[in-house]
Design a protein around this ligand. Structure first.
Ligand code: ZN
Ligand code: ZN
Length: 119
């Protein structure tokens, strides 16, 4: 039996640096080994992070990559950054998009820190 008990959209999505799966497209999260052969080395025109192909819909989507693109643009050599660095930025951007959810995320973070270091 596979009943859905709860279904909720995430506030932020990102990939870990430690998954050993290589790079992902910052627009749609497609793993680089699945990129079309013709676009193995395509980079976002805004920030120079790796994307799966020209015209990836996630790159220009204001709910996805477009919101962090201007921030990532400030990096020195973005080609060598790892996807794990994007998730904290996306979490920080929640405070602009959804201040109520941001407060909840802050409380969860503070609670997790206290549980890890209860001094
Ligand atoms: Zn993509
Ligand atoms: Zn970009």
């Amino acid at each position: 039996m596979n009943d859905i008990i709860l279904s909720e959209l995430p506030l932020a999505i990102g990939c870990s640096n430690r998954n050993g799966l290589g790079n992902f497209c910052v627009g749609c999260y497609l793993q680089s080994i699945y990129y079309p052969e013709s676009s193995k080395l395509v980079f976002c025109r805004g920030c120079n992070w790796q994307i799966c192909k020209e015209g990836c819909p996630g790159v220009s989507d204001p709910e996805r990559h477009a919101q962090e693109c201007a921030i990532l643009k400030g990096g020195k050599d973005a080609r060598f950054h790892m996807m794990g660095e994007v998730l904290p930025i996306r979490c920080m951007l929640v405070q602009n998009r959804n201040p109520e959810a941001w407060e909840m995320m802050k409380e969860m973070g503070e609670r997790a820190l206290k549980e890890r270091d209860p001094k």
